[in-house]
Design a protein around this ligand. Structure first.
Ligand SMILES: [Fe+2]
Length: 330
């Protein structure tokens, strides 16, 4: 080995050491892969269907692109039949949309997506287009049916509830009760109503598992302060008992502000769900957890969130030299 190659090797090693010692800038590529069975009610309809769940990619400046491609590699390595991604594809701008398209295009299975609050803040339609260019199907309060080895499975997607874009009635219209269905919603608390409507498994994100889970800090930040019932992992029930449904909140892949992730539950995550497999048939990371008390957002909070979307749109329009108030229905 030449002298310069040795120095370069030492430089890389030092950089790696520094990075791993500094949790505030966790640009490490450490992921957790978690595996769970689907609900019991799927046993009569599905056999050997594997869903990969990713969420909160936040493609942008904060999360290295290597992390995004690692997430894709781990997803592909699990050989899923379909991939569901529950929102927040970008951070605060449209600068990285081509990168987002490239990441999505590298997934080797059909991709279904719903938008999150960051996507609406950054501009919903350009994000949708970037996802579609990458080959994803974006479900905006709608559902579709995928057939996997002659087994039909409905996939329902709610648009983002945080910014006031979720429309359950529209999403559920025409849903068949004789076929199995999984749901997607950026905000996990929407699952409560979806269970009532016969959607027994919902995939969500938004919380990033709190990003700091040591000393149960995530329960304080995401649970007590932000008012979420579902913080990270599996909640509800996969059996026939009440509630008649489960929700999985993924820890996410990226971040929009700081990439800090401290604690086992806070690690970046790819989750696999085996539909048509009995819960308990293999070792799962954890069982269904008790929901936290949570807090339903007030009307004032909802109005403030919707106004934030309008303000961001207007600011962007002004920057682009177009002063018109945006039509948020488009
Ligand atoms: Fe997010």
């Amino acid at each position: 080995m030449s002298g310069s190659a040795t120095i370069e090797g030492l430089r890389k090693f030092r950089k790696k050491l520094l990075r791993e010692r500094d949790p505030w800038h966790d640009t490490s590529r450490r992921f957790r892969i978690r595996r769970f069975a689907g609900p019991e009610c799927f046993l009569d309809h599905l056999e050997g269907v594997r869903v990969a769940h990713l969420t909160d990619l936040h493609v942008g400046r904060v999360t290295p692109m290597e992390v995004q491609y690692d997430a894709v590699s781990m997803t592909n390595a699990g050989k899923p039949d379909l991939v569901v991604i529950s929102g927040d594809f970008v951070c605060h701008s449209q600068v990285y949309l081509d990168d987002l398209t490239d990441v999505i295009s590298k997934i080797d299975a059909p991709v279904f997506a719903v938008l999150g609050n960051h996507d609406h803040w950054a501009g919903a339609e350009p994000v949708r287009k970037a996802l579609r260019r990458g080959g994803a199907e974006v479900l905006d309060n709608s559902h579709t049916t995928i057939t996997i080895r002659n087994q039909p499975l409905q996939v329902l997607g709610l648009d983002d509830a945080y910014t006031g874009h979720a429309d359950h009635r529209h999403a559920l219209k025409g849903l068949r009760s004789d076929l199995p269905v999984i749901g997607l919603s950026h905000i996990a608390e929407e699952a409560d109503a979806l269970w009532e409507e016969g959607v027994p498994l919902v995939f969500s994100g938004h919380t990033h598992a709190g990003q700091v889970t040591v000393a149960r800090l995530h329960e304080l930040s995401v649970g007590r302060l932000a008012g979420h019932k579902y913080i990270h992992g599996l909640y509800g029930s996969r059996g026939a008992e009440d509630p008649k449904g489960a929700v999985y909140v993924g820890a996410g892949v990226g971040a929009a502000i700081v990439s800090l992730r401290v604690g086992e539950r806070a690690k970046r995550e790819v989750a696999f769900f085996e539909l048509g497999t009995q819960p308990g048939a293999f070792d799962e990371h954890h069982q269904e957890q008790e929901a936290h008390p949570g807090r339903v957002p007030s009307t004032k909070t909802k109005e403030r969130r919707a106004e934030a979307v309008r303000r961001k749109h207007e600011r962007r329009e002004r920057r682009n030299g177009n002063g018109k108030r945006p039509d948020l229905n488009h």
